[in-house]
Design a protein. Sequence first.
Length: 163
Amino acid sequence: MWAKLNQSISGGDNDEGGDALLDDESDNLCSLSPTQRIYVFAACLIAGLALMFLSMVVFAKPIKFALLFTFGNVLAVGSTVFLIGATKQMRMMFDSVRIYATAIYLGCVVLALICALWIHSKILTILAVIVEICALVWYSLSYIPFARRMVSELMVRLCDTEL
């Protein structure tokens, strides 16, 4: 079963190794096998989602909420490094299609941590986390063909006051 999963994820018999999801030679992130990389990806993703879920428990304490949510968010987003490698992840994140969403997302991650750890402002922390979530959603939509355009058109229709 794992052999079939590895083969389908790594591109099967495809001679173009650069397009494979688990391309061993593309980044050489570590000496993990494709199966181990899938396990580490899943563990990081689950840990990130668990931290984001736990952040809801302490929602009444915005600073603790922001810390747990932001670290969980970064862990979940960063988990894909184990599948595609750090270099390819950076190239994809800073592609011209997603550069603005990535910059806003990373800026809001830093801003949320600054507001929570240094300034101790609950309102600014919550605002930074809200913008962080919106930027992450917009960033994620860039991987789905035509998703950004559909969401943009939907928002225009919802916010259009002239009928």
